[in-house]
Write a protein that binds this ligand. Structure first.
Ligand code: DAT
Ligand code: MG
Length: 154
């Protein structure tokens, strides 16, 4: 499916990214790329919410430790918008295993272990829409027009 300028993705800085003081570095990657911030909040998620977020992985052996780790500290929840933002966001993150992530990607530059890969990004438009609805209320998604849009899109 062709991506549109109003495509959205759910990006979340995980507890390790927050604890290691990498919020600004991760935010900067999306901001400088030209994507539009639609929503952002700092919160302590419950295990219940995280179990829903990672529901597709519930049968995996690492699921219980993943949920416990994700609930161990606050996270930064964000919605970013732009042309191809779901796929580009994944490219910017790098591989799930930071050891396989290229330098220049977020995981390639800032982390080492698969269980401490600092940032989440939706893997499809469909899962992005589900995750955005899970983490944000409709009224938390801010409607605004960045003045730089005409310099980012032809
Ligand atoms: P991604 O976060 O790249 O979308 P995923 O959805 O397959 O990857 O898994 C969600 C998270 O679970 C991932 O960011 C880190 C953790 N995880 C995945 N595979 C793992 C493994 N084999 N061992 C430990 N943790 C793993
Ligand atoms: Mg995933």
């Amino acid at each position: 499916m062709a991506s549109k300028k109003d495509e959205r993705t759910y990006i979340m800085i995980k507890p390790d990214g927050v604890q290691r003081g990498l919020i600004g570095d991760i935010l900067k990657r999306f901001e400088q790329k030209g994507f539009k911030l639609v929503a952002m909040k700092f919160m302590q998620p419950t295990e219940e919410l995280l179990a829903k977020h990672y529901g597709d992985l519930s049968s995996k052996p690492f699921f219980p430790t993943l949920v416990k780790f994700m609930a161990s500290s606050p996270v930064v929840c964000m919605v970013w918008e732009g042309l191809g933002v779901v796929a580009t966001g994944r490219t910017m993150l790098g591989e799930t295993d930071p050891g396989k992530s290229n330098p220049g990607t977020i995981r390639g530059d800032f982390c080492i272990h698969i269980g401490r890969n600092i940032c989440h990004g939706s893997d499809s438009v469909d899962s992005a829409n589900k995750e955005i609805a899970l983490w944000f209320k409709e009224e938390e998604l801010v409607k605004w027009t960045p003045t730089e849009q005409q310099w980012i899109y032809e």
